[in-house]
Design a protein around this ligand. Structure first.
Ligand code: ZN
Length: 421
């Protein structure tokens, strides 16, 4: 079989495996696999078989992360981590997260026993989506030493703490500190579906992520006065919903005026919430993202001022509280350039992009040089059972990954980093 033919058959296998893993679910008939659920056991058991067959040694750390180590040519060499998350949202597709882990396994298989100057550790993070505990990235936080007491004590909807969930999965929470990356960790690489329409609109199979966008989340509460819908004349009203509505339109206009900015009011709740009562209170959330911290902060200020102006003019009070202020996270320049070179090496355009969504690489970047490769999302669809991936794009991702491994194996810059690791 030709090299291309082999890549295609491996890619078909990757897609088939993602679909198989999607069958390990807490819900019958759809995919839902949250942190340390029984379905996660089954998913890990399946991946372990593939990893062992590919020549890796598999363990599960105390945060429930699956870790498969493929040794280097020489013992004591540093390790390159490749992976993504294994948990899913409710009613999920088959590729978000899982694809990055299954692709890493396929890369080991494609090495066919060949050893590199560095080891490869395939990581399947136990939690990224934040579904069970409302806090995302539990798995990757453990690798950077941020699965702390507060997080261990957090409880799910059934009152089960993270600590008890860990015990229930057959693990020991006291060993969480042992999950932290050691000094031999060289870098982290994550393959992930784009979950957006950009690569498809450009007709490209792959993209290299240069940064993860800054993100601000603020809750606004417009406080007006509830009153009778039939007896209160229009000019004597302090309608909280009408104020929020005016502000929401202004948020959308503001976002349009700044290239690359995305602003979303995704949640609104009004009280008392009756058809014949003027709303006394409207609570709305703002989610704001841009590749620049500065633009994100300045726009947040503008939007706050707009809310104050609208509330003031209508005789309402305004309260707000910041829910999230995440700075832009840059991916490692050296790795980004290496990925670009690998993309060109396989005949692809090296398109740089900023990820609007948070990913495990954002957390790992706190401790090791990190980078991401996006695969085109057909229709831009994700977080839905219709989420898909093209076999030929997966083949390209594998080719790119192998090219990258060979480049890194012969890179003098990496040799220097390996000496420092
Ligand atoms: Zn994901």
């Amino acid at each position: 079989m030709s090299a291309r033919g082999i890549a295609t058959s491996r890619a078909e296998e990757v897609v088939a495996r993602c679909k198989r893993l999607a069958s390990f679910s807490e819900d019958p008939g759809s995919t839902r696999r949250t942190f340390l659920s029984p379905a996660m056991h089954e998913c890990q058991r399946e991946l372990t078989k593939w990893l062992v067959d590919a020549g890796a040694e598999v363990t599960v750390d105390a945060a429930g992360n699956l870790r498969g180590f493929y040794a280097a040519a020489q013992s004591g060499a540093p390790r390159l981590l490749i992976g993504s998350h294994l948990d899913t949202i409710p009613n999920a597709g088959a590729y978000d997260g899982v694809l990055g882990v299954v692709l890493a396994v396929a890369l080991l298989e494609a090495l066919e026993g060949r050893r590199l100057p560095f080891g490869i550790e395939v990581v399947g993070f136990s939690e990224e989506e934040g579904v069970r505990y409302g806090t995302p990235f539990i798995g990757s936080r453990a690798l950077v030493g941020r699965l702390d007491e507060e997080l261990l004590n957090r409880r799910d909807a059934n009152g089960i703490s993270v600590r008890r969930a860990i015990e229930g999965f057959g693990l020991n929470p006291a060993e969480v500190p042992r999950a932290v990356l050691a000094d031999d960790a060289l870098a982290f690489l994550e393959f992930h579906i784009e979950q957006g329409p950009v690569l498809e609109s450009l007709g490209l199979p792959l993209g290299v992520v240069e940064a993860i966008a800054a993100q601000t989340r603020i809750e606004f509460v417009f406080q007006g006065r509830a009153n009778h819908a039939g007896t209160t004349p229009m000019h004597l009203r302090h309608d909280a919903i009408a104020a929020a509505a005016e502000w929401i339109v202004a948020v959308e206009q503001t976002a349009h005026s700044q290239p690359g900015l995305v602003a979303t009011v995704g949640q609104i709740e009004a009280k008392p919430g009756a058809a014949n009562v003027i709303a006394g209170e409207a609570r709305a959330t703002l989610d704001l993202r841009h590749e620049s911290d500065d633009v994100c902060a300045r726009t947040a200020d503008t939007i706050v001022r707009l809310a104050e102006e609208i509330a003031g003019r209508r005789g309402l009070k305004l309260r707000r509280s910041e829910l999230l202020n995440q700075k832009r996270v840059a991916m490692d320049t050296f790795l980004v350039e290496q990925i670009e070179e690998a993309l060109r090496g396989i005949g692809c355009t090296a398109h740089r992009m900023v990820s609007g969504a948070g990913h495990d690489a954002m957390i790992l970047a706190e401790k090791v040089p990190s980078a991401m490769i996006f695969l085109r999302s057909p229709g831009g669809i994700s977080h839905d059972p219709a989420e898909s991936v093209r076999v030929e794009d997966v083949a390209k991702a594998l080719e790119c990954g192998l090219h990258l491994l060979d480049q890194l194996a012969s890179s003098s810059e990496l040799q220097k980093r390996m000496c420092r690791a």
